[in-house]
Each structure stands twice: as C-alpha cells, then as structure tokens.
Write a protein that binds this ligand. Structure first.
Ligand SMILES: [Cu+2]
Length: 333
C-alpha cells in the first residue's frame, strides 16, 4: 500500500478527516417513487477519497447510501426490490408503521428475497411524516455493514419553513490498509463487547472535509445513524442546533442536552441549524460521545458571500401534525 494511504488512514483513525470538498449532499438517484426498482448489487465506491483505493461495497442502485426515497405524508410507497447479490435479503423500513407483511422480517413476515435475482414488491401507505431509513433485515450486521442503507423521507403537508433540507447518513466502516472492508462480521470479540465499531466514519458514503453553509440560512438537517454499533454525540461548535424530531416523531423543539446530539445505532434526529457563523470562517462538528476519542466529523465552512436574507433566527411558527391512528392495531386493545 502507498505511504500516502497509510498516512491518510492514520488520519482517518484519528478522524481528522481530509477528503477533498465535495458538492452539496444529495444522495444519488433521488427518484425511485413507484416504478424504478431498488436493485441490490455489489459495486465499488470511493469511501476514503480520491487518490486512494475504492472499496468493494454492497449497494442499492449503485451507491451508498442508496437513493433518497422521498414522499409526502399520505402517499403510497410502491417499490420492487431486485436482489442481484449472492445472499438472500429483505428490506425493513425502519421506524415506519407498515402492515406486518411489509415489515421485512425474514421467515416471519415474508419469505426472503432470494439471492441472484429474487424480486419482491413492497407497497404501503406512508401515514406519518418523518425521517426514516431502509436496510436489510436479514444478516443485518454484515449487509448493513457492507453498505446497504438509504434514507426514506416523508414530508409533512406543512413542513417548518427552512432554506434547505439536508440528509446526513452517518456510516461506520472497518477498513484495512487497502480500504477493504474487514470481513470479520459477528466475531466473538465484537459480539461480546460493544458490537462492531469501525475505524472510518462517513457522511453520505464518503469521508467529508467540510459542509458548505451560507451565512443567514436555516437548514433542516436530518441525521441518521446507519452504523452497526457506533454511538455519535455531535457538537456543532459555534452553533445552537434545535431538535425538532427524534426517530421520525416530532418533539417540542429544544436544544439538545449538554449541547450535543446523541444518536445510537438506527436513531434519527431532525435538527434546525441556523447559520449564524461568520462568512469565510469554519466551525468543526465534533463527535465527542467518547470524550477521550473525540474527533472532527467535518467542518461547517461558510462561503465568503454575505448573508442573503435567509431564515436564520426567525421564529419557528410550526406545529407538527398529530399522529394518525394506527389502522393495524389489534381491535379492542
Ligand atoms: Cu432497522
């Protein structure tokens, strides 16, 4: 392996992250609503950045994360899943109220989607707005750990007013010196301790150096922890993020306890982030859930441009819609 990658990896392990800046986040292939199948396949992706080896991953529609599936509350999701991998799979719609047969639990609610060409249709109504995600529910530690996850966003009929709506899917990988996924899934050490904690943290499938903000804007940041075992405790230095939803469900808007947003595996937090920093400056987002192993996830980097009349600081005149009754609840319960 090249010295460049070795030194890079050490930086990755410290997570002083150094990938070249990429464009604004938008998971590839945004539209899969009805029609286009969700196709599982082996592919390669540059997780650790240009000039370093790609990583062999498993993906939905050729990218990690998989496509952002986006609907409005009350719409129907109707998607065919096609499995070209060499292992059986299912899709679980994490946090979504679905009919039992759509829940993706192998042998219990459905027959697994067979390896090498199996297909299955998922179809259900999206009754609740919120930030959700999808992933396999068969051999999940390995299948999710190799990259099978993607965001499912259901918009409120009247969402809070923001300048941008952004998803960050947090991933955690155990890579070797060649940027290959270490295949020791389910080993005894992990299973008997804190689970499979990796050595490389990605945001939307890549190590990111920075995320661009424009002074004065308000963004809705949808954080999704797609890691197998890593718990994140994110501090947005120099900023006051406001939590408006947890695990898809709206909550009374509040500042996170201790100033940091804690996300266990599979958890989601919707956060309003007002860009109150100074143009031209950078502010780190730090994961200090384990204070002695704190690292910089990325920098919030302000463009030099002047504020352009964004919504930062505006009162949040927003009342989330009440939950709809669950039509699948047992009667008389
Ligand atoms: Cu799940």
């Amino acid at each position: 392996m090249t010295a460049a990658f070795d030194s890079r990896r050490r930086r990755v392990l410290r997570a002083a992250l150094a990938a070249p800046a990429l464009g604004l986040l938008s998971p590839a292939g945004a539209q899969s609503k009805g029609g286009k199948p969700l196709r599982l396949a082996a592919t390669r992706q540059s997780l650790v950045g240009a000039g370093n080896p790609d990583t062999a991953v498993w993906s939905y529609n050729g990218s990690v994360p998989g496509p952002e599936l986006r609907f409005r509350q009350g719409e129907r999701l109707r998607i065919e899943v096609e499995n070209t991998l060499g292992v059986d799979t299912t899709v679980h719609w994490h946090g979504v109220r679905v009919p039992n047969a759509m829940d993706g639990v192998p042998q219990l609610t459905q027959v697994p989607i067979k390896a090498n060409g199996g297909r299955f249709w998922y179809e259900f109504e999206l009754r609740d707005a919120g930030t959700y995600w999808y992933h396999p529910h068969l051999g999940s530690p390995e299948q999710v750990g190799r990259g099978l996850y993607g965001p499912l966003i259901v918009d409120e009929t009247q969402p809070p007013s923001v300048d941008r709506d952004i998803v960050w899917m947090l991933g955690d990988w155990r890579l070797d010196r060649e940027a290959r996924i270490v295949g020791d899934f389910g080993n005894f050490m992990d299973a008997s301790h804190a689970g499979r904690i990796g050595n490389t943290v990605t945001v939307n499938g890549v190590i990111r150096e920075s995320f661009e903000l424009r002074a004065g804007e308000r963004i809705r940041l949808r954080l999704v922890n797609a890691a197998n075992a890593r718990i994140f405790g994110l501090e947005f230095r120099g900023h006051d993020p406001m939590v408006i939803a947890l695990d898809g469900q709206p909550v009374a808007p509040h500042q996170p306890e201790g100033g940091r947003i804690v996300l266990g595996p599979s958890m989601r937090a919707d956060v309003l982030l007002d860009a109150t920093g100074e143009p031209g400056r950078s502010y780190p987002v730090v994961d200090d859930f384990h204070p002695r192993r704190a690292y910089r996830l990325l920098d919030l980097r302000y463009a030099n441009a002047r504020p352009r009349g964004g919504r930062a600081g505006a009162p949040l005149n927003w009342t989330p819609a009440p939950l709809r009754p669950n039509p699948w609840a047992p009667r008389g319960a």
